[in-house]
Design a protein around this ligand. Structure first.
Ligand code: RIB
Ligand code: CA
Length: 311
């Protein structure tokens, strides 16, 4: 029985690669996509989610828009990396003209409540929508099997330092207040930070692009277009968001450590810094999180490329 998954996302090149992997993975059923401002403003990330899903034959997957700005901090995107359209200017047709009229937090709650304890929420952008959902529906953290989060940098490896600042990873830095709400909600968390996603052994490269160009499917050509843009100024395309999803596909690809996660919400040079503390360090109900401490990069690359290229 496939695992029902909701994606809260800010497409974004690597978010789009994660959506492609999700649609090509029989272990999961993509039941809902909600969008958040992050790599780009909300209108862009929503347009991009729709274009990717519809182009790949997933127009049946509902899409709902969420937050256009963080809970408290000022929004700042990442278009310098993802391109002026936040999707590498890949040639994609426009998608559906109508998305879900209801807001993301309420649809995320309904997704969780439909099968208590059985469903997974994958968060590959700032955690604003999830924080809103938990604030509007206080029972929601207890209804989810887990939230898988791409975010944070815990110094578990030499790659585990920041990419927005020396301390902070982009998703968490963008909305540290939302991260604080989620980290202390008690929801079971699997967190994949830069400690493993910035490991070049798990990234895609120019040789992968050449292999993808031999593919004929829409998934292969879209992946190649996204990768080509990401590699125009970089040796690697880091697979932050597909790696987070991969924990739901084959968690033997990873090693994990556990502990309580906290975050700096002050708007100073340590904004968005994430720390991993021993279980029990905080008396106020922090859940013990599983935090990825290593990844088998070659096996992850094989999983991703084989699924995109098959069929
Ligand atoms: O720091 C990397 C994360 O920030 C990824 O999810 C990327 O898409 C951006 O959202
Ligand atoms: Ca993202």
């Amino acid at each position: 029985m496939a695992l029902s998954v909701a994606f809260d996302t800010d497409p974004g090149i690597d978010d789009a690669l994660a959506l492609i992997l999700a649609l090509r993975s029989p272990e999961i059923r993509l039941a809902l996509v909600t969008t958040v401002a992050g790599n780009g403003p909300l209108d862009m990330t929503t347009r991009n989610a729709v274009r990717v899903l519809d182009y790949l034959g997933a127009a049946h997957v509902p899409v709902a828009a969420g937050a256009a700005a963080p809970l408290q901090k000022k929004f700042r995107g990442a278009l310098s990396y993802h391109g002026p359209d936040a999707l590498g200017q890949v040639p994609l047709p426009e998608g559906r003209t109508q998305i879900e009229p209801r807001v993301a937090p309420d649809l995320l709650f309904e997704f969780a409540a439909a099968a208590p304890g059985e469903r997974i929420l994958v968060a590959t952008g700032p955690l604003t929508n999830i924080a809103h959902a938990f604030q509007r529906h206080e029972e929601m953290p207890s209804l989810l099997k887990a939230v898988i989060i791409m975010g944070g940098a815990f110094r578990l490896t030499s790659y585990g330092t920041g990419n927005q600042t020396p301390y902070a990873e982009f998703n968490i830095w963008q909305d540290p207040d939302a991260a604080h709400v989620v980290f202390r909600s008690g929801v079971p968390m699997i967190i994949v930070g830069l400690d493993v996603t910035n490991d070049p052994s798990s990234a895609l490269n120019a040789a992968d692009l050449a292999q993808l160009r031999e593919g004929s499917s829409r998934a292969a050509t879209l992946t190649a277009d996204l990768l080509e843009y990401a590699l125009r100024d970089h040796e690697y395309c880091f697979m932050h968001d597909p790696l987070a999803l991969a924990t739901a596909l084959d968690d033997t690809l990873f090693e994990f450590t556990t502990g309580e996660v906290d975050v700096v919400t002050r708007d100073d040079e340590e904004r968005g810094r994430t720390v991993l503390l021993p279980a029990g360090s905080r008396s106020n109900g922090h859940a013990v999180a599983k935090v990825a401490s290593s990844v088998d990069g070659p096996r992850f690359r094989e999983l991703f490329l084989s699924r995109v290229l098959e069929g």
